[in-house]
Ligand binder design. Structure first.
Ligand code: G6P
Length: 617
């Protein structure tokens, strides 16, 4: 969703900001803008288009060493140039970029209008610019409580009247050596350079320049200058004792290299990503997994009576894969629930359940809120997040890092695979403190170790899968059918296809087909049927037969042999340990969705209406 960048230093700020905005494009946005201080005046450029349009619009001679930029995802007011950020006060002194939603915006806007301020946009953010300017003006006239000219003080006084979520950066032309930033619910990270300082909502915008970062906490405000920074809380307490973190990513991770788009690049990175997820976590001696970050000893692991995964979108489906593997390996009840529903239904929180918050970005607001709800009710919660330092990771304080590396495409691929493999590790660990035998543990350890190479073999068949995708891409609707282990795979397969190709796709449990959906089976309704190598093969084959008998085309995705000529197309994956097969069966579905979308000419990395991380409700 919305992205923020800021710069103060000696470089030419405009290209630094534009480059940062390019890096944030993947999050999804509908308009963009930036503001710099040029010869003592505010120079603001905005566009209702892409960052590239903004770049084209910028005057090449706008030299500056201080500036802020934004990519906007519309919440208050339609996506047009006026509503794009940065927003300014009437005199053009203050510029603000903001992520999140100000909940009392209507009231603040009315107060401003009542005092004669003319608001030009429909946004909540514009109110902040006017309020900060008013605080400064009052202080400078000697009749306000703020210290004259103190931008930080004016921002703090303003934010004390604001309710809602924000990550924001404020620029004042009369304080041309500094930016003031604040966070409450929307991420803000400071990048520390040598005699220069960067701000962003996401480290991807910074890693080209520095890997030393500081994450602001909720309720914190920072004043940053080229050579130093100071953090305080809104309540006025000093919060400067922060140790910078080194980001585990560099600029190359965000380069496309030989690929046309990030989704394909990330699909192909999966063997390496899997190796990273497994590194140091397989214990051959005791045939178990080592997951130091979850901070639970054997007795505590044994006292867990149930596991519940919470996540949104693909992270929820990965949680479902996790629930299946944990029930199988540890024989304890496990399930998954969309985090977006959890907090609204006044959940019963069970102290003996281990809750796992699943999120690639670690910033998804619904998942974060579910964690907070759990903590409030005394639930045991751990994170399964990819982005180290992200809000969910920090809020949980313990968990499993996914180590997939930066994921840029909206459609999650390598992070999802690493979620699924991490849950298999958790299942192994929980199983081995219970009744899973050492022999079975060894079997799973060996199976896990084989996965990266097996994924490589699936990737080698990309061309064949692309041909199959080409044959079916023009269908208007598709079914994805799975049973037990194949069911979460089918759900995630349908999700991938619909989100990037816009082909309507629905997943059904194989057994449910005859209770309704079978009515839709016809020659123009292809079904992708997932057939793992388990004791349900015969049942799944009979499902294919039922679909074929009604004239429906079938693409079988399988690790076993199915009768010659039964399906219209067959995609094979290597046979793995049965509990781990969902991890492999999911990969060809990513490739299928990718090539269907490519065939239909879709903007694969930036599907319409979607954002990479949904940080507002
Ligand atoms: C958005 C994306 C999905 C993603 C979901 C959860 O809806 O479009 O692709 O699965 O968020 O994201 P997270 O970062 O929490 O895994």
């Amino acid at each position: 969703m919305c992205g923020i960048v800021g710069y103060v230093g000696k470089r030419d700020a405009v290209p630094v900001l534009v480059e940062g905005l390019h890096r944030l494009e993947y999050r999804g946005y509908d308009s963009a803008g930036l503001a710099v201080v040029h010869r003592g005046r505010l120079a603001v450029t905005k566009t209702a288009g892409r960052v590239q349009d903004l770049r084209d619009k910028l005057k090449t001679n706008t030299k500056a060493t201080l500036g802020i930029g934004h990519t906007r995802w519309a919440t208050h007011g339609e996506p047009n140039e006026v509503n794009a950020h940065p927003h300014t006060d009437t005199a053009g002194r203050i510029a603000v970029v903001h992520n999140g939603i100000i909940e009392n915006a209507e009231q603040l806007r009315a107060q401003l209008q009542g005092s004669g301020v003319r608001l030009v946009s429909d946004t909540d953010t514009e109110a902040l610019a006017h309020m900060i300017a008013a605080e400064l003006a009052a202080a400078e006239a000697g009749d306000g409580p703020a210290a004259p000219g103190d931008l930080e003080d004016a921002v703090i006084r303003t934010l004390r009247r604001v309710e809602g979520a924000y990550g924001l950066v404020v620029l004042d032309i009369k304080n041309p050596d500094q930016l003031v930033v604040a966070r409450n619910g929307s991420p803000i990270v400071l990048g520390l350079g040598e005699n220069e300082m960067f701000v962003a909502s996401d480290v991807s915008a910074l890693v080209r320049y520095t890997r030393q970062v500081i994450y602001l906490e909720d309720g914190e405000v920072a004043k940053i200058r080229a050579t130093d920074y100071r953090t305080t809380t809104l309540a006025g307490q000093d919060a400067s004792a922060k140790i910078p973190m080194t980001v585990d990513a560099d600029d190359d991770d965000y380069e496309l290299g030989p690929y046309q788009d990030y989704m394909r690049k990330e699909i192909h990175e999966q063997p390496d990503a899997l190796r990273r997820a497994l590194r140091g976590r397989l214990d051959d001696r005791f045939a178990t997994a080592r997951l130091g970050g979850i901070n639970l000893d054997a007795r505590e692991l044994r006292s867990i009576r149930c596991v519940k995964f919470l996540g949104c979108g693909s992270a929820y489906y990965a949680g479902q894969m996790g629930a299946t593997v944990i029930e199988e390996l540890a024989r304890i009840p496990a399930d998954a629930e969309p985090a977006s529903e959890f907090r609204y239904r006044s959940p019963v929180v069970d102290p003996d359940t281990l809750y796992v918050a699943v999120s690639q970005s670690g910033e998804t607001i619904d998942t974060l809120m579910a964690v907070q709800e759990l903590k409030r009710k005394g639930g045991q919660v751990m994170g399964a997040v990819n982005v180290v330092g992200s809000a969910i990771g920090r809020e949980c304080g313990r968990g499993i890092f996914l180590h997939a590396g930066p994921e840029v495409a909206v459609a999650s691929t390598k992070a999802l695979t690493n979620m699924a493999v991490s849950f298999a590790l958790l299942g192994l660990l929980l199983g081995r403190v219970r009744d899973l035998s050492a022999a079975s543990g060894h079997r799973v350890v060996t199976g896990l170790r084989a996965l990266p190479e097996q994924v490589n073999r699936i990737l080698a068949a990309e061309e064949d899968i692309a041909t199959i995708a080409g044959r079916f891409a023009h269908a208007e609707h598709m079914f994805f059918i799975g049973r037990v282990r194949g069911w979460p795979v089918a759900r995630e397969g349908a999700q991938k296809l619909k989100e990037i190709s816009y082909v309507h796709a629905e997943a059904y449990q194989a057994g449910e087909l005859k209770h309704g959906p079978l009515a839709l089976i016809a020659a123009d309704m292809p079904s992708v049927v997932i057939v793992p190598s388990d004791d349900l093969v015969a049942k799944n084959i009979s499902t294919i037969e039922q679909i074929k008998a009604r004239g429906g085309p079938v693409i079988a995705v399988t690790s076993t042999d199915i009768p010659e000529g039964l399906a219209d197309a067959v995609i094979r994956v290597p046979r793995a340990e049965p509990e781990l097969e969902p991890i492999l069966l999911n990969v060809p579905l990513q490739i299928l969705a990718y090539h269907a979308a490519a065939k239909l000419g879709r903007d694969i990395d930036k599907p319409r209406n979607l954002a990479k991380s949904v940080t507002v409700e």
